[in-house]
Every structure is written in structure tokens, then in C-alpha cells.
Design a protein around this ligand. Sequence first.
Ligand code: HEM
Length: 228
Amino acid sequence: MSATAEAPSTAAPGSPELFSERLKAATWSDHRAAEDHGFTRALLDGSLPLAGYTEMVAQHYFAYAALEEVGRRLSDDPVAGRFHYPELERLPALVRDLEHLLGPDWRERISPGPATRTYAARIEQMAGHPEGFVAHHYTRYMGDVSGGQFIRRAAAGAYGLSDGAGVAFYVFDALGSLPRFRAGYRERLDSLDLDEAAAARLVAETRLAYQLNTEVFADLGRVHAPAA
Ligand code: HEM
């Protein structure tokens, strides 16, 4: 049974019964803002210069370092631990992409921008708020296995990159079928035994996670896609 079904008195009228559906419905306008951002559009239509793509990969490195570190810390937590999928971890792929894009001294050539620092700090705070951590996990990884696959194709085409070199971040071979993975992920969301307050916090934190991502795009866009 979903968290929303257990607390009908506080659920919005007409809200879907499954928590995964409620979460998607309540955050889809934020998704649209991230998807429709000028930087994202330029990335998808192939007009973003390679330097902009490279900088996005660099910013991802800092966000995922925080996400995966907190994820490991919460791996035994009854809520967040259900989303501990070692096979999802993106840091090794990000390192491969950065080595390819920037060379062996990639680590000295990257630093987190202001929006990324804010985003990573928020993720770190979620070490004490497991359902908030789930919100950040959902926003990034479900995005990577969904719209991320469009980015993978666009970047491979625009910059001549390949799966092992430049777009490894978007390759999830260890997961098998992505539609099946997404369905299983939604089932885990639906089986979370959250009370209404925790469910509402997860939804609110997901909205914030989208906004923090959009701010990272805005920072990147100011430098790399100013006309967008
Ligand atoms: C889901 C497209 C950007 C997060 C989806 C789905 C599509 C999509 C088609 C539905 C997949 C399905 O129902 O199985 C895109 C496109 C993007 C984009 C074209 C442009 C690059 C983003 C960004 C984020 C994101 C930037 C987060 C920062 C998500 C999440 C879902 C999702 C969390 C799962 C929604 C759910 O089923 O609950 N995206 N997306 N997407 N996307 Fe995006």
C-alpha cells in the first residue's frame, strides 16, 4: 500500500494512489523547467560547444561525489537503504569521461561552481534526512536512465564521443533493460512505508532537487550558452 493511500485525509483531492505517480505528478512542472532550460535545449539540439558539455560533466562529478558518498553512509537505513544500488554509481564513469575530455590532469582542471556547491551541500545535509536523500537520488538517477538517454545520443552525435569515452556517464549496461529498471524503481517508491509528513517532505525535496539542478544549468548557461 502506498503512503498516500494510508493517509487519505491529507492527500490532495484526486491525487493518484501510487506514491510514484503522486511524486511524478507533483514535480512534473519542475521537470519541465529543467528540461526546457536554454542550456538543456542547446545540449539536446547539438548547438552547445564541447566546452559547455565538458563543464557540465565536471559539475556532475561534484554532485555525484556527494550523492554517492551519502548513499553509502545511508546504505543500512530502512528508507534510503532501499535505493542503495551499487550498479547505479556514476563516479567511475564520470572519471573516465573527464579523463577523455580533459586529460590525465582533469582533477586539477575542475572546480565546483556556486550552484553546484549549494546543491552538493544540500545533498550532504540529507545524510540526516533519509527521505530527502531518496528525493535527490530519484531526481538524478531516474533522470539519467530516462531523459539522460537523449543527452547521450545528442552528445555522442554532436561531439563524436563514444560510450567508453565521453558519454560513459549515460551508459547503464549493468542495469539491463532501462524500462524494467524504472518500473522496479517505482515499485520501491510505492512500497516505502512513509507517513504523510515524510511523503510530503520527499515530494518537497524533489521539487528543490529539480530547482537546484536548474540553477546548475543556469550557471553553466551564462558562460557556455549565453544566447540560449
Ligand atoms: C523522466 C525526458 C531532463 C529527471 C523523463 C521521461 C522523459 C524525460 C521522456 C519519462 C520516462 C518514463 O516515463 O519512463 C527528459 C528530457 C530531458 C530531461 C528530454 C532533457 C534533457 C531531465 C533533468 C532531470 C530529469 C535535467 C533532473 C535533473 C527526470 C526524472 C524522471 C524523468 C526524475 C522520472 C519521472 C518519473 O517517472 O517519476 N524525462 N528529461 N529529467 N526525468 Fe527527465
